[in-house]
Design a protein. Structure first.
Length: 385
């Protein structure tokens, strides 16, 4: 059936552009659909022109309250892929699981031995509050505190705008080790990195930074390449279009947002450290990174680290919170997830690339930890092809 869709977003924003790839993949299998990209912002606040276009549906980064109200008033089936509006906003949404985004960033810091934490971002958007909640909840569950740093903006006469990270100098001065700063997105992470460069704070030794989006800002436009949580943007776009198709066919909207878990943490120089005070554990962690994907076990680690198994496990668990072999399995699991969702590599080859001697080992790992087989994980989370 022929459909006419309006896609409302700013194409120069990384997140919206990445989601649009999923929209495009959906349209490839629906060649009779017409999709027109329109600005997601109306300076006048008057969105009544949407009624004149006779749109069958609207998808977009929908944050303007008058726009959301107009879509409901006009009865146009709509799907939002922004998590900025409050939860009670009337348009259904398909978005990243922002609580899990924050928790994933926290686990990244915790796995590297950090013990001091802060979230950097405003509190105005619903998505920001969720990312803060997920991050703080994860570190607080491990017995640590999480500060909330906020940006302050200004404009000096004849100079470009400046941003201060209020409270960060005080935290650095009082810290006993590196501070893990999780930022709302890569743009905010860029602010922190620049602020640290201006103040002479060493990254990551004094301030470790993680952003969100894995954008071009993270890859090269900052003084230090930024570690970033990568979202499954194509999956968000594709599933948002599937939901919109159902709404246009008369299906009831979902009672809750459709949440897409984040993909992974892309590690770069801004957080690539091991902040463990115990030199034996620090050496073990470095060695584990070297051998995790080889077809070896804990015996190989013990050959390279001068300690008995009991001593190493006791000190490793005290510093990291889990035994050494559990850390090896964690790294293998993360690599397997990446290969399953980002490549068409056969599962048997993925198993071998992750250090398993038998694909059944990978199967047992996934079913025990994730409650699904590697194949089911790929079908659920891989970007549509």
């Amino acid at each position: 059936m022929k459909r006419r869709i309006a896609a409302l977003f700013q194409y120069d924003a990384h997140y919206a552009r990445a989601v649009s790839f999923g929209i495009r993949k959906f349209l490839r299998v629906h060649p009779d659909w017409i999709c027109e990209t329109l600005p997601g912002f109306e300076p006048s606040g008057d969105w009544s022109w949407l009624a004149e276009g006779k749109w069958d549906g609207v998808i977009g980064y929908l944050v303007d309250p008058p726009l959301l109200e107009a879509l409901v008033r006009l009865g146009i089936p709509s799907v939002n892929f922004s998590n900025s509006p409050p939860l009670e906003a009337p348009v259904p949404r398909v978005v990243s699981d922002d609580c899990e985004v924050g928790a994933m960033a926290a686990r990244h810091f915790l796995e590297r031995g950090l013990r001091e934490f802060a979230y950097f971002g405003g509190g105005g958007s619903f998505g920001s509050r969720l990312r803060h909640r997920g991050f703080a909840g994860e570190v607080e569950a491990r017995g640590f505190a999480c500060a909330h740093l906020r940006p302050t903006y200004g404009q000096r006469l004849g100079r470009c705008p400046w941003v201060d990270v209020a409270g960060l100098p005080e935290k650095v001065a009082a810290a006993q080790g590196p501070i893990g700063v999780f930022c709302l997105n890569d743009f905010y992470a860029r602010m922190v990195v620049h602020f640290c460069a201006l103040h002479g704070f060493r990254i990551p030794d004094q301030v470790a930074v993680v952003g969100v989006d894995n954008s071009e800002v993270a890859e090269g436009l900052a003084e230090v390449p930024i570690t970033s949580v990568e979202l499954r943007c194509e999956r968000i776009g594709f599933e948002a279009m599937e939901l919109l198709a159902g709404l246009m066919d008369g299906a009831a909207p979902p009672a809750e947002p459709v949440l897409i878990p984040p993909a992974r943490v892309v590690v770069r120089a801004s957080s690539d450290l091991v902040a463990v005070g115990d030199p034996l554990v620090a050496r073990a962690l470095e060695t584990i990174r070297e051998i995790a994907f080889l077809p070896v076990g804990i015996e190989e680690l013990l050959k390279r680290v001068p300690a008995s198994r009991r001593l190493l496990e006791r000190r490793f668990r005290a510093a990291v919170g889990r035994p050494p072999y559990e850390e090896i399995l964690r790294l293998r699991e993360e690599r397997a997830k990446q290969l399953l969702t980002e490549t068409p590599t056969p599962i048997a080859e993925i198993s071998e690339a992750c250090g398993f001697s038998d694909p059944k080992q990978l199967y047992r790992l996934f079913t025990a930890r994730l409650g699904m087989s590697p194949g089911a994980f790929r079908r659920r989370f891989a970007a549509p092809r």
